[in-house]
Design a protein around this ligand. Structure first.
Ligand code: ZN
Length: 237
C-alpha cells in the first residue's frame, strides 16, 4: 500500500526535475512563493552605450545615464548586502546577456531600472513583473515609489507583462520605470538628484521589506501563467 502511494510522488518528482533542468526547488516559470531572507541584489541599469533609451525633450536627460545613476544610488542604500551592478559604465549589454548574468547569482533578486517615455500627460512610476515569485516584490516597490511621487497621473502602476527581464531569469525579477521623461513636471523632478535619491531609498526599502517578510501582507498571489521565454521579437522592452 505504501508503495502505491509513493510511486506517483516519485513520478511527479522526476517530471518536475526534467522540466526544471534538474534545479530542484526552482521552476522555470517562476511559479513559487516570493523570496524571503535573501541578501543579494543584481541591479540592472537599463540601456547603455549605443542604446540611449528614452530622451527627455524637457531636460535633455538620457534614460541610460539616469538609470546608471539610480543603480549606483540603490547600491549605496543597501550596505552590508551583496549587490552587483549589471553595468557600471556607459556600455551596451544585450538583454539576453543580462539574463545570463543574473543566472549566475543564486538566492538573489534582479531589479532593472528604467525611465519611461509616453504621452506628455502621463506621469509616475510603473513596476513590471510577470512571475508569481516576483509579484510581492514588484508590488512593494510600486507602493513605496507611489508614496514619494507627487501627483501621479494616468500611469499603469503595477503591471504584469512578459519581458525578457521579467520572464527569463532564474531568479525573481522586476523592471521599474521610475518616471516619465516625456512629462515636463516629472522630467524636471527627475533632474534633481535629491528626488532620484528619494526614489532609490523607496526601492531599497521595498527590497528590505520583501527580504524580511516575503509575501506576507501582500494578499493572494496572482495565478501562474505559462508562457515561453520572451524573445527579442516580442513586444517593446
Ligand atoms: Zn528603458
Amino acid at each position: 500500500m505504501r508503495y502505491l502511494i509513493a510511486l506517483p510522488l516519485v513520478l511527479v518528482f522526476l517530471v518536475s526535475c526534467a522540466t526544471t533542468g534538474g534545479r530542484i526547488g526552482r521552476d522555470e516559470m517562476g511559479h513559487r512563493p516570493g523570496p524571503k531572507g535573501f541578501r543579494a541584489v543584481v541591479i540592472d541599469a537599463g540601456h547603455g552605450g549605443k542604446d540611449r533609451g528614452a530622451y527627455s525633450p524637457h531636460t535633455g536627460a538620457k534614460e541610460k545615464d539616469l538609470a546608471l545613476d539610480m543603480a549606483r544610488r540603490l547600491k549605496r542604500e543597501l550596505p552590508g548586502w551583496q549587490t552587483v551592478l549589471m553595468r557600471d559604465g556607459d556600455v551596451f549589454v544585450d538583454l539576453d546577456d543580462r539574463v545570463d548574468f543574473a543566472n549566475h547569482h543564486g538566492n538573489a533578486i534582479l531589479v532593472s531600472l528604467h525611465f519611461n517615455d509616453g504621452p506628455s500627460g502621463i506621469s509616475g512610476p510603473e513596476t513590471y513583473y510577470w512571475r508569481v515569485d516576483s509579484y510581492s516584490l514588484a508590488r512593494r516597490i510600486q507602493q513605496h515609489l507611489a508614496a514619494v511621487v507627487p501627483g501621479e497621473s494616468g500611469n499603469r502602476g503595477l503591471v504584469r507583462r512578459r519581458l525578457r527581464l521579467t520572464r527569463n531569469p532564474d531568479i525573481p525579477c522586476v523592471l521599474v520605470e521610475c518616471g516619465y521623461l516625456s512629462n515636463a513636471a516629472e522630467a524636471h523632478r527627475i533632474a534633481d538628484a535629491g528626488y532620484r535619491q528619494a526614489l532609490a531609498d523607496a526601492i531599497a526599502d521595498a527590497i528590505k521589506e520583501q527580504s524580511a517578510h516575503g509575501d506576507a501582507g501582500m494578499g493572494p498571489l496572482p495565478p501562474p501563467l505559462n508562457a515561453p521565454p520572451s524573445r527579442p521579437t516580442d513586444a517593446r522592452e
